[in-house]
Design a binder for this molecule. Sequence first.
Ligand code: FES
Length: 138
Amino acid sequence: MTDTNFDPIILSFCCNWCSYAGADLAGISRLQYPTNVRIIRVMCSGMVHPNLVIDALTKGADGVIICGCHIGDCHYIDGNKKAESRAEAISLMLEDFGIEDEWFRIEWVSASEGPKFAQVMKEFTEEIINLGPSPYKV
Ligand code: FES
C-alpha cells in the first residue's frame, strides 16, 4: 500500500555538459517536476563512483538517478559508457544491501531535452513513492 505522506528524497547526479543543461532548460521553460529531486552537478556521469550511490541509499536517500549525455555525446569520450557499466555493478551491489534496484536508475538526457528531464524526474519520483521509503531510513 502506498504511504500518501511519504515525501522521498531523490538525488540526481547530472553531468555538467548535457543533463545539467537539460535540467536548466526544464527550469527556464517553467516545466514542473517534483521538488523531491535534489540535483548534484558532476562533470561527467562517469565520475559518479558506485560508493556514492550506495552511500546515498544507505544514508537517507530514497532514490538515486544518474543522468548523462547520450551514448556517443560524452564530453570525455566514453564517460557515459563507464557509467553504464557501473550501473550494472551498482544494481548487483544493491542486492547485497537489501535494496531494490528500482531505487536506482540511469538515464541519458541532452541539453535540449528539458521536457524529457522533467518527465523522467516525474516518473522516477512516482516509482519511488510507490516503492516506499528506504529500509535504511531512520
Ligand atoms: Fe555528460 Fe560525460 S560529459 S556523460
